[in-house]
Design a protein around this ligand. Structure first.
Ligand SMILES: Nc1ncnc2c1ncn2[C@@H]1O[C@H](COP(=O)(O)OP(=O)(O)OP(=O)(O)O)[C@@H](O)[C@H]1O
Length: 585
C-alpha cells in the first residue's frame, strides 16, 4: 500500500535529501568564511552563501515534513479502507474468534502507528541516514585519521542502539497487545452495561479492566525506557567523539599536520552529525514500534473472507414457482469455534423443503439447531455435508449477493442500528420510496408506534436500536425485511417479545406475506404457528416430524410437550407423580 504512494514518498525523500545537502554545505561555507576572513577578502559573498544555505535547509526540511505527512495520511486512509472492506466481508467463523475491542484497536490506533512507520520514520531514516553518510564522507576527506578515531566512539554507541532497538520492538509489540486486551475488555462491558449494573459487577469489572490498563502501562513503560535510552546513548557517543576529535585535532594542529580552518570545519561537521544521528536513531525507534503495529494490522487484514461464490450477479428473479423455495438435503454441520478440537455436530442429516408460498414453521427445544438452519440459508456458514437449495439451485453455486438478496432474515435478537427509523427501514433497500416504506410499516403493524414518536420516521435510535421497545424493534426488523421484498423470509423468534395482541397482528402479517413469498418462522410459542401450512419439528439436529398442527398434536410427543399439552400416557411416559423426594410446595 505504501508503494501506491511512491511518488509522494520519493518526492518527500528528495526534498529531505536537498535539505541534507544544504545543511552539509553549511560547515564548508563557514570554513570558506574563515579562510576569506583570514585572507582579509570581502565577506559579503561567503555570508550571503551561508544565509542562503540556512534558508534552503529550513525550507526543504519543512516541505519534506509536509509531503511525507501527506503520504502517511494517504497510506492510513488506504489501509483503513481495505481493513473496513475486509472486516465487513470477513468469514463469520474467523470473525467470531477475534475480540471486537482488539479489532477496533487494530483498525483505529495501530493504523495511525502504521503511518509513522511507513512514512515519517522511513523517510526520516533515509534522509538522516544520508545526512550521516554525507557528513562521514566529508569528514574522511578532511582528515581520515581523525575520522577513524571519531568513528570508534560512534560505533560503540551504534552497537548499543541496535541492542536497544531490538528490545524496543519486542516491548512495542507487547504494548500494542496489552492495549488491545484493555480495549477488548472495555468493549465487552460497554456492550452489556445494563447486565453489568444489574449484576452489581461494576467494582469487579473496574478492577479487572484496571488490571489490564496497569499491564498496558507496564509494557508502555518498558517501551518508554528503551526509547528513552536510545537518544542519550547516541548523545554520549557523539559527545565522546567530539571530545576525542577536539583533543586529537588540536594536537594535530599543534604539530602542524592540520590547519585551524580544517579542524573548525571538521568539528562543525561533527556538530552537524549529531542532529541527523539523533533523528536516525529516533527514526529507528519509531520504525520498530510502527513495525509492531504493521504486524497487527497485517494479521487483521488476513482475516479469512467469505467467498462470493460464482463471479457476477445473477438477477434477483423471483424463485421458480415449481421448485421448493428452500430445500435441505441431508445437511450436516458443526461450528468450528475457538480452540475446539472436535466440533460438536449441530445439524445431523437434516432434510426438509419449504414451498415457494405459504408459512412453514420450525419448532424444537432450545439448542436443537433452528437458528443454525437459517444461518446456513443465509450462507453465513457452509454446510459440512449435504446441500442447501434455493429455488432448486445449490446456494453454493449462486453468487452470495443473489442469495442474500433473495433471502430476508429477521434475527432472533432483532438487530437495529444507530440512526433514524427510516435509515433502519431502508437498510437493505436504500432506494425504497416513501410509499414502499409506508406499506412495510403498515404491514408490520408499526404505523401507530411511529405516529407517536416525536419525529416520526426521522426519529433517531441509539446503538442497537435503543429508543424502541423489544417488540417494536422486532417489528422494525420485520418491516425492513418486508421492504427488501425477498423470495424467502426467515423469521427467528419474531414474536418472542410481543404481547398477545401484537403477536396476533404479526401472525396476520405473516399470513399476508406468506401469500407473496415463502415464510419460514422459528417459534417457541406454538400459538404463533398453529395455523402454519407446515411445521417441522427439529430435535438434536435432526428432523423428528413434519405436518400440520393437528397432525403433530396427534402423533408427536415432543410437539405436544412444546405446545404445552398434557402428555398422553404411553410406554415410558408416565404421568409425573410426586415421589418420596418431592415435597409439595
Ligand atoms: N456461533 C456458534 N459457535 C459455536 N456454537 C454455536 C454457535 N451458535 C450456536 N451454537 C451451538 O449450536 C447449537 C444449536 O444452536 P441454535 O442457535 O441453532 O439453536 P436453536 O434451536 O435456535 O436454540 P434456541 O431456541 O435456544 O434459539 C447450540 O448447542 C449452540 O451451543
Amino acid at each position: 500500500m505504501a508503494r501506491r504512494h511512491t511518488g509522494l514518498l520519493l518526492g518527500g525523500v528528495l526534498l529531505g535529501l536537498l535539505g541534507v545537502a544544504a545543511s552539509l554545505a553549511q560547515p564548508w561555507a563557514v570554513g570558506e568564511l574563515i579562510v576569506a576572513a583570514g585572507e582579509g577578502a570581502a565577506l559579503t559573498v561567503p555570508i550571503a552563501r551561508i544565509a542562503g544555505l540556512f534558508c534552503a535547509g529550513a525550507l526543504f526540511s519543512s516541505l519534506q515534513a509536509y509531503v511525507i505527512g501527506r503520504a502517511g495520511e494517504n497510506i492510513v486512509l488506504d489501509v483503513r479502507e481495505v481493513l473496513v472492506g475486509r472486516l465487513l466481508r470477513a468469514d463469520l467463523t474467523a470473525f467470531g474468534r477475534s475480540s471486537q475491542g482488539d479489532i477496533l484497536t487494530r483498525a483505529v490506533t495501530d493504523t495511525s502507528l502504521v503511518r509513522i512507520a511507513l512514512s515519517q520514520s522511513l523517510a526520516q531514516l533515509i534522509v538522516s541516514g544520508a545526512g550521516v553518510v554525507g557528513g562521514v564522507v566529508l569528514m574522511v576527506l578532511i582528515d581520515p585519521w581523525l575520522m577513524a578515531l571519531t568513528l570508534g566512539c560512534l560505533g560503540a554507541a551504534g552497537l548499543l542502539c541496535v541492542t536497544l532497538a531490538r528490545r524496543l520492538r519486542r516491548a512495542a509489540l507487547r504494548n500494542r497487545e496489552d492495549t488491545g486486551a484493555f480495549a477488548a475488555a472495555l468493549q465487552r462491558v460497554l456492550s452489556a452495561l445494563p447486565t453489568v449494573k444489574a449484576s452489581r459487577a461494576e467494582t469487579r469489572e473496574a478492577a479487572g479492566i484496571g488490571g489490564l490498563a496497569a499491564r498496558a502501562r507496564r509494557s508502555g513503560l518498558r517501551v518508554t525506557a528503551s526509547s528513552a535510552l536510545l537518544t542519550p546513548s547516541v548523545n554520549v557517543g557523539t559527545q565522546g567523539a567530539l571530545a576525542v576529535a577536539v583533543g586529537a585535532g588540536m594536537a594535530r594542529v599543534a604539530r602542524g599536520e592540520m590547519d585551524m580552518a580544517a579542524l573548525t570545519t571538521f568539528v562543525m561537521y561533527l556538530f552537524h552529525l549529531v542532529s541527523p544521528l539523533v533523528m536516525f536513531v529516533t527514526g529507528v525507534g519509531q520504525f520498530v514500534q510502527g513495525r509492531a503495529a504493521v504486524q497487527r494490522v497485517d494479521e487483521l487484514a488476513r482475516l479469512p473472507q467469505e467467498s462470493d461464490g460464482p463471479a457476477g450477479r445473477e438477477p434477483l428473479a423471483p424463485l421458480a414457482g415449481h421448485a421448493p423455495a428452500v430445500e435441505f438435503r441431508d445437511v450436516r454441520f458443526a461450528y468450528r469455534g475457538r480452540g475446539r478440537a472436535e466440533a460438536e455436530r449441530v445439524l445431523d442429516g437434516v432434510s426438509f423443503s419449504v414451498p415457494a408460498r405459504g408459512l412453514t414453521a420450525v419448532v424444537g427445544p432450545s439448542g436443537a439447531g433452528k437458528t443454525t438452519l437459517f444461518q446456513l440459508v443465509e450462507r453465513f456458514y457452509p454446510a459440512d455435508a449435504g446441500r442447501v437449495l434455493l429455488g432448486g439451485r445449490d446456494i453454493e453455486a449462486l453468487p452470495l449477493d443473489t442469495v442474500r438478496g433473495l433471502v430476508g432474515y429477521v434475527q432472533q435478537d432483532s438487530a437495529a442500528l444507530r440512526g433514524t427509523i427510516r435509515e433502519n427501514l431502508t437498510y437493505a433497500r436504500p432506494d425504497a420510496g416513501d410509499d414502499a416504506v409506508r406499506e412495510a410499516v403498515e404491514m408490520a403493524g408499526l404505523t401507530s408506534v411511529i405516529a407517536r414518536l416525536p419525529h416520526g420516521l426521522d426519529t433517531e435510535l441509539g446503538d442497537q436500536g435503543i429508543g424502541l421497545s423489544g417488540g417494536q424493534r422486532q417489528r422494525l426488523c420485520i418491516a425492513r425485511t418486508l421492504l427488501q421484498r425477498p423470495a424467502v423470509m426467515l423469521l427467528d423468534e419474531a414474536t418472542a417479545h410481543l404481547d398477545s395482541d401484537a403477536e396476533r397482528d404479526v401472525r396476520e402479517v405473516l399470513r399476508r406475506v406468506s401469500r407473496r413469498c415463502a415464510v419460514v418462522a422459528v417459534a417457541h410459542r406454538i400459538s404463533t404457528v398453529v395455523d402454519a401450512d407446515r411445521i417441522v419439528v427439529l430435535d438434536g439436529g435432526r428432523v423428528r416430524a413434519t405436518g400440520t398442527h393437528h397432525e403433530l398434536m396427534e402423533r408427536d410427543e415432543l410437539y405436544r410437550r412444546l405446545a404445552g399439552a398434557r402428555p398422553r400416557p404411553g410406554p415410558g411416559l408416565a404421568a409425573p407423580a410426586a415421589g418420596p423426594g418431592r415435597a409439595a410446595p
